[in-house]
Ligand binder design. Structure first.
Ligand code: BGC
Length: 798
């Protein structure tokens, strides 16, 4: 092939499968299995066929419609005749209802009144817990602990089921490399390997490998596809990327979720290379169904089907509905088009009924697999309460998500964290120190702020009157506040009811006085998570909102040592803070146990062990900033380390006014102890290419390293393995994460950590869009962040 160097042999996945077939027929058989066995079951499909045969065309298209009864998470049409439609068997799904009573009411209409008694599938945005609100998904990714994610999904599933919900619009597995995009909070951050691990954990936690269990819910993996790559971080914006990047980076977590058995996916709002994802047969049929063997259902995002008109791919409802259906969108979320125009299109001969049938099959499969026909109703249980068990789980998960960004010694005091008895008086300052609602974070739609314990409450419990408090300022001020208010509450009239225009100068002066009376000041700062994070919440700046930066600078100017606790669901720009504040804890939006969990970390009862799932920039102009960038022909010295500002060379890939590197890079996170790494070793230096290809999903080499806790307190380290393919036919990223392990170590303890490498870790997409491994040398690093320095290597030879 023309792009290959002489003598090189190209082996691709098809070759792999062939080679594997000779070496191990079992592997081939495995790769043919449907990702979700339940949906593929013969028995289940026989029930689907039997029912489908009895259905009229109107009943069929009814199954393809989802309605939202009350609350809206987007604009668009709403059909109000729900009772009538349910009784006619023409409501496939409903979202937004949250109680046994409300869901049972509609279910009775569908099951008892409709001709074929097909139950309704009730759905909801259960994103980071349902009623018990856990840390936001970006924070969960910072735990690098799939087991923590599974716990959150389990609690969410159980609580959602108690409210009649059988289908959750989670997980969001979009790769997010640009924190201007407000939905980064819902993601696992910038990396496909970490994102895939989290995606699998969500699916397992919600579905438990058996949709039919009384406490399982079906997932909806969203937003398919590449929604996170919106140009310039502006929500809903177009996505334009090469197929190699699409597959190698953006599609990986969706694929992981599908392989883990995800029952449904949600098609996204954006275009990909000009084609709206919700009408893209390449994404929805070719890749998802044909290549990945997905048997489940695809629902559109909110009104994404009528919005196809705005994407200018069809002038009328019938055309866009047909395009979406034919591309592979089975259910219309709140667009009110499938239920209203598809039947007439079939009757007019514009859409073959077989296409409708196929979509109905996919919907019914999920309903049967969930056991909905056998158990359509929900038993009324006791009212929700944030029990000690739920609180303990929320706190334990939150403990793992905090990232200690910085903890430099202060002259005469040593490191400020953990806080000890030496701080007699502590000043707690900031608009997020005592704000229950903000601790829930974005997309806590069923969460109730009254269950949140704030940092102020938790610190009063520990310190009594040794704690001084001043709010310092509001989260928003001036005209910003009015704009944000209007966007969130609609209409200028709502404005003054919600946020009084604050007198920042006065409240900052009060905070300064409070700080002066204390030995140390803790500042709890961030952004309004409910108003400026999540959907439709893009920003062009990434600093603290309102007057918080002035507050921080004013308090720091007192000379009192400052500990900054950042409470936000997106990477904020912390350049000033990093240069002037000795201790910074990234605590995200921690959920109902925010206060006690942050206090545990501040006092050292819990040793911070989180690692950044997304790079923190020095300046917003660096975005999109991510560690796994492609090299350039003119690399600035060390693509990952920092660039000397007044370096002698000009013609390098760098900024004139800022360093290339992240302020805090991907994988970064300190601890109250220290860890040392031995030189990593690879089990073999060279591997013949044939062997890599024949190995299939099996490991072919191991990389071992000893990690030691060299400090005096116990701690957990997330050990990370990165590779670089130095000579492929397609340029490869400067580093890529290919393994991680969370290791708990007592003081002085050493543990041996072993990673495996095989085709799965070493392959890349070549220009023919095949998964390939070629003869090359891989550099390998193991360490505690993407800056890991301990290096080894592995050669793949012909
Ligand atoms: C969001 C989805 C969400 C859906 C239903 C949409 O606006 O993009 O993430 O699941 O609404 O609430």
């Amino acid at each position: 092939m023309k792009f290959l160097a002489p003598n090189s042999v190209l082996w691709t996945l098809s070759a792999l499968v062939l080679a594997a077939a000779c070496a191990s027929p079992v592997l081939l058989a495995q790769s043919r299995q449907a990702p979700n066995q339940q949906l593929a079951s013969k028995q289940l499909n026989a029930r689907v066929e039997a029912l489908l045969k009895q259905m009229t065309l109107d009943e069929k298209v009814g199954q393809l419609a989802q309605y939202s009864v009350d609350s809206a998470t987007g604009p668009g049409a709403s059909n109000l005749k729900y009772d009538e439609l349910a009784a006619k068997g023409q409501v496939g799904s409903m979202q937004s209802l949250v109680s046994a009573e409300a869901t049972n009411r509609y279910q009775r209409l569908a099951v008892e009144k409709s001709r074929l008694h097909i139950p309704i599938l009730f759905a909801r945005d259960v994103i980071h817990g349902h009623r018990t609100i856990f840390p936001v998904p970006l924070a969960l990714a910072a735990s690098w602990d799939p087991a923590a994610v599974e716990t959150v999904a389990r609690f969410g599933a159980v609580e959602a089921r108690a409210d009649g919900i059988r289908w959750v619009f989670s997980p969001m597995v979009d790769i997010a490399r640009d924190p201007r995009w407000g939905r980064i909070v819902e993601s696992a951050g910038e990396d496909p390997y970490l994102g895939s691990a989290m995606a699998r954990a969500w699916v397992k936690g919600y579905q438990q490998d058996d949709l039919g269990k009384p406490d399982s819910v079906a997932v909806s993996v969203k937003h398919f596809a590449a929604y996170g790559a919106a140009i310039a971080g502006r929500d809903y914006n177009a996505v334009d990327m090469s197929e190699i990047v699409l597959r190698q980076v953006y599609l990986e977590p969706y694929r992981a979720a599908v392989e883990a058995g995800a029952a449904t996916l949600m098609s996204s709002f954006n275009t990909i290379n000009g084609v709206p994802a919700s009408a893209d047969p390449f994404i929805l049929t070719q890749i998802l169904r044909k290549e990945w063997g997905f048997d489940g259902m695809v629902v559109s995002d909110w009104a994404a089907i009528p919005e196809l008109r705005d994407h200018s791919i069809g002038a009328d409802d019938a055309t866009v509905a047909r395009k979406a259906l034919e591309a592979g969108v089975d259910m219309d979320m709140v667009g009110d088009l499938y239920g209203t125009v598809l039947a007439s299109q079939v009757r007019a001969g514009k859409i073959p009924e077989a296409v409708v049938d196929e979509a109905v099959r996919r919907v019914l499969r999920v309903k049967f697999a969930l056991g909905l026909f056998e158990h359509p109703y929900t038993e009324q249980g006791p009212a929700y309460d944030a029990t000690p068990e739920r609180r303990a789980a929320a706190r334990k998960v939150a403990d793992e998500t905090f990232v200690l960004l910085k903890n430099d010694p202060v002259e005469g005091l040593g490191t400020l964290l953990p806080l000890t008895a030496k701080a007699k008086k502590v000043a707690l300052i900031g608009p997020l120190a005592d704000n229950q609602r903000e601790m829930l974070g974005a997309w806590a739609v069923t969460g109730d702020p009254k269950y949140v314990v704030t940092l102020r409450t938790a610190l009063v419990e520990r310190l009594g009157d040794r704690l001084l408090y001043a709010q310092g300022c509001e989260l928003l001020s001036g005209e910003d506040a009015n704009v944000i208010k209007r966007l969130n509450f609609g209409g200028p009239d709502a404005a003054d009811d919600h946020v009084p225009i604050p007198d920042d100068a006065k409240t900052i002066a009060e905070a300064v006085e409070t700080a002066k009376k204390a030995d140390v000041a803790i500042l709890a700062l961030g952004e309004p998570t409910n108003w400026m994070e999540g959907e439709a919440s893009s920003r062009t700046t990434l600093g603290f909102t309102g007057a918080q930066q002035q507050l921080l600078e004013a308090v720091a100017a007192t000379g009192k040592p400052v500990i900054l606790v950042v409470l936000a669901g997106r990477p904020l720009e912390l350049k000033w803070a990093a240069a002037h504040v000795p201790a910074i804890l990234e605590a995200w939006s921690p959920g109902i146990e925010a206060g006690p969990a942050v206090a545990d970390a501040l006092f050292g009862d819990v040793n911070p062990s989180g690692k950044l799932p997304a790079s923190l920039p020095r300046a917003v102009g660096q975005e999109p900033l991510y560690y796994a960038q492609l090299p350039t022909g003119r690399p600035a010295r060390g693509d990952l380390s920092h660039l000397p500002r007044n370096g002698e060379e000009k013609f390098l890939s760098r900024y004139m006014d800022e360093e290339n590197s992240a302020l805090f890079p991907f994988g970064w996170g300190l601890s109250y102890t220290r860890f040392s790494y031995s030189q990593p070793t690879v089990s073999r230096d060279e591997i013949p290419l044939r062997e890599v290809l024949a190995s299939g999903h099996n490991p072919i080499a191991t990389v071992g390293v000893d990690v030691k806790n060299t400090g005096s307190v116990a701690g957990s380290e997330v050990v990370q393995l990165y590779i670089r393919n130095t000579a492929a036919s397609v340029s490869q990223p400067v580093r890529e994460l290919k393994g991680f392990a969370r290791v708990a170590l007592a003081p002085g303890e050493t543990k041996h950590v072993e990673f495996t490498l095989g085709f799965d870790e070493l392959n890349f997409y070549n220009v023919e869009i095949e998964r390939a491994v070629e003869p090359t040398t891989y550099k390998i690093w193991v360490g505690g962040s993407s800056l890991a320095a301990a290096e080894t290597g592995l050669k793949v030879v012909e």
